[in-house]
Design a protein around this ligand. Structure first.
Ligand code: ADP
Length: 548
């Protein structure tokens, strides 16, 4: 049984033989065809018979250029075949290999190129016959390519090994080129004459039957490809075939086009275009695809880092938020033990300590649930809240801390505050973070320590809460960074408090920002939108009351 490695179907979205052309590519292709037609009009006009300088090195150069460009195109198409395993790609890759190889005997037999009468001891008829076979062979491979193309890629895949397929087709192509060379050199006497005399490149047969065969063959290939077109490669192969048709039509104009005349050089120009066009397109597409893949990989990497960062942030935030109730629990447990181990145990105080421990335990649980909800953007825990009540609650929690650091507190709460719709635990966390930060910043600063907490109605109709301190203030270079996760200037800090607070406030459709406090310290403000449903309810209740 033959083992097959399957090419992932997703790969097809990244190859020029599968990608459909963009409108811009179609316009460009049309532009190229129009330009070629314009060039044809010039080349086929009266200028065509104007003799130009005979450059013997021209044909070897031309042949070398065709060999290199068609050879590279063949290699790139074989590589595409290796990815997609499509029979059609094998056919077109073989076609390019054929043109790359057949130009060798063409150059070697061309009179004046390597030897006055041409190498290989052939007659004058050899180059035009090779040219004929070359220009019949390539469109045939395009027809084969178009017919082998299948809308369902799974049905057109080569099942054997890639090396066998590539070597087999290369061997067939080499054999065909050798046979053609043998026929037109050793067997040239058997072939009809394509050239009339020694100088002219177009004899009667060339202008009739041979050119017609080449032309019809190219037009058939063009039509088949047109019917089955679909990819970027198809589009540019059609342009190549148009170029072929134009090149061959040059031989059909009813004037004798001598070698080294303007018309003859123009024919070679068209040949060069057909040889290089697909190569340029392949190189361009491969490079842009490469750039797109690099971008995709980079953005994937960034996404992964962001995800890791979020993971870090989640764990750090849980640790950060749970730390405070845990320390309180340890302190209360120590206090409780002290009350119990005294000579005369004070059961009332011990009971109070245990009550505090239980409350702290519940708070830690609520914090964890709140943190999870925050990262999940859960809004189920939201209720209608009075912000003043939350402020008072938080100030009670930090009361001991404030006393320990000898911080005076000035609280100014506006009574007629609108209600807000929010998660109580999360908003407590925000206020707790802001007041703890304020206390910590004042603990390291000299001078009077004053904490100011105010609530008022914001111009937007929402609630504005401000937490002022007379601490160190935020250094100007850190102003933009303090809200970033993991940014901290404290030895023991985690740098999560402000980042969590900001995401909580933003999840509540509010804003949190900081400003310097006068004469020193800083002030942190946040605004929360008023609970409009609640406001409407209140208004309705008022109206109902007035009606009674
Ligand atoms: P942490 O408190 O763990 O450092 P935060 O995110 O709460 O994390 O704060 C980040 C940084 O912002 C702090 O390290 C500090 O430099 C600065 N900062 C926060 N609040 C204040 C404040 N009230 N006064 C001065 N600096 C502050």
């Amino acid at each position: 049984m033959v083992k097959t490695r399957s090419a992932a179907p997703e790969v097809q979205a990244f190859t020029i033989s599968s990608l459909p052309p963009s409108p811009a590519q179609r316009r460009l292709a049309l532009g190229v065809v129009l330009a070629l037609m314009a060039a044809f009009v010039v080349a086929a006009g009266p200028l065509s018979t104007v003799p130009l300088a005979r450059i013997d090195a021209f044909v070897p150069m031309y042949v070398a250029a065709m060999f290199v460009s068609d050879g590279i195109t063949a290699v790139l198409l074989f590589a595409q075949f290796a990815i997609l395993r499509s029979h059609a790609l094998l056919a077109i890759a073989s076609g390019y290999l054929f043109t790359a190889l057949i130009v060798i005997p063409y150059g070697l037999t061309f009179p004046g190129a390597f030897a006055p009468e041409g190498l290989l001891g052939a007659g004058l008829q050899s180059p035009p016959w090779l040219y004929f076979l070359w220009h019949v062979g390539f469109p045939l491979s395009v027809t084969a390519y178009a017919l082998l193309k299948n809308a369902d890629p799974s049905k057109q895949r080569w099942k054997g090994t890639l090396t066998t397929a590539s070597l087999l087709s290369a061997a067939v192509v080499v054999a065909a080129v050798c046979a053609a060379t043998l026929l037109v050199t050793a067997g040239h006497a058997l072939l009809p004459r394509l050239l009339r005399d020694t100088v002219s490149s177009a004899g009667p047969l060339y202008q009739s039957s041979a050119a017609r065969i080449v032309l019809v063959n190219a037009v058939v290939a063009l039509m088949v490809l047109w019917i089955r077109r679909g990819s970027v490669l198809d589009l540019w192969l059609m342009v190549v075939l148009c170029d072929y048709v134009i090149e061959i039509s040059l031989f059909m104009i009813p004037v004798v086009v001598n070698r080294y005349s303007f018309g003859w050089y123009a024919g070679r120009f068209f040949g060069l275009i057909s040889g290089t066009l697909v190569l340029f397109v392949l190189l361009y597409e491969i490079t842009t695809l490469y750039a797109r893949l690099v971008n995709a990989i980079l953005s994937q990497r960034r996404e992964r880092e962001a995800r890791l960062m979020t993971g870090d942030a989640v764990s750090a935030s849980i640790a950060h938020e749970v730390n405070q109730p845990l320390s309180a629990m340890i302190a209360n447990a120590d206090a409780g033990l002290n009350w119990l181990t005294r000579a005369v145990p004070d059961l009332e105080e011990a009971k109070a300590a245990f009550t505090h421990i239980a409350a702290d335990g519940h708070r830690a649980g609520a914090v964890i649930a709140g943190t999870r909800a925050m990262f999940k953007k859960d809004v189920r825990a939201r209720t209608t809240l009075d912000v003043n009540e939350i402020i008072r609650g938080v100030l009670a929690v930090v009361h001991d801390e404030l006393e320990r650091h000898r911080v005076s507190v000035r609280v100014e709460l506006t009574d007629s505050l609108p209600w807000v719709n929010g998660d109580r635990v999360q908003l407590q966390q925000v206020l707790l973070n802001l007041t703890t930060n304020a206390i910590e910043s004042m603990a390291t600063a000299d001078g009077a320590r004053a904490l100011g907490v105010t609530s008022e109605i914001h111009t937007s109709g929402g609630v504005l809460v401000s937490v002022k301190d007379t601490g160190t203030g935020v250094a100007p270079e850190d102003v933009d960074r303090i809200f970033a996760p993991l940014f901290t200037t404290k030895g023991h800090g985690m740098g999560m408090g402000l980042s969590i607070s900001r995401s909580i406030i933003e999840a509540h459709d509010g804003r949190l920002w900081s400003a310097p406090n006068a004469p020193r310290g800083s002030v942190f403000h946040f605004v929360l939108p008023a609970d409009t449903a609640m406001a409407a309810g209140r208004q309705a209740a008022r109206h109902a009351g007035a009606g009674r």
